[in-house]
Design a protein around this ligand. Sequence first.
Ligand code: DGY
Length: 322
Amino acid sequence: MGNPVFISRPIPEKALSLLRSECDIDMWPDAGTPPPLRDRAVEAEGILTYGHEPIDDDLMKHAKTLKVVSVIGVGYDHVDVKAATRRGIAVGHTPGTLDDTVADFTMGLIIAVARNVVAGDAFVRTGMWKSFNPNFMWGSDVDHATLGILGMGNIGSAIARRARAFDMRIIYHNRTRRPEYERLFGAVYAPLPSLLAESDFIVIQAPLTDETHHLIGEDEFSLMKKSAFLINTARGPIVDSQALRRALQDGAIAGAALDVYDPEPPSQDDPLLEMKNVVLCPHLGSATIQTRTKMAVMAAENLLAGLRNQPLPYGVNCNPNA
Ligand code: DGY
């Protein structure tokens, strides 16, 4: 018998095979439905979590044998790390591996929303296209536009690198200034209000913390250009969702491209689903075969280290068991 572990959604075989010899694996088989995390955590020494279901103090209290929580993802806002540390539970995540993949996707969303890629696709598919029309679906130029990056970490800087090839003017806001990115990409640091007022495209790439929760609300939308687009590939609750819906409905901004939501997923009667000036994706930022496989392998390595009472290679807290 190996160490009992719960895997909250199916993971690639390459990662699973790392675990087989040491673990007694209970893997939730259905990728599309939420796993019964709390029930299945009770018996587990390790949880490999693929998704964003909360792993809070109450769940950890309930899971008496739990030694390690390994997140397949860079963001771990759904895990109460303080409580885990207090309870001697190691927490790991998968930083670095998805930066380029999320940056590619973010550029894709910028182009999709600015150039009517999704609306154009629907127009053709639904048989509405009768002849070439030079006077419709005019978008906005991405090249030479001003890109405001909110959160200049690994992913933010990977977006800046790509934006340079589009001859974009890059401004950024971050907790600390990043002189290396200013040098490399010509990015200019700006206080948040100036970034919001000057940008044609505002990309959110900050982690979700108490400080960034609802960082973008009514007041912030009122500073943006009416022609601006908001792109969120980080976490939904960084934006006040009611304020976002109002800004889009009232024309306070031109549009948005969203990969993350609050709540996530949005309900079927969410007005966002009816808005023509919005591109919506189901949290696909890091979803490529290569990247999701690498992430799962990193997370499996974290899990094994935690089960062996070793320091996690990609640990979040201070390896309380080591
Ligand atoms: C991440 O890496 O944080 C993505 O949102 C997938 O969980």
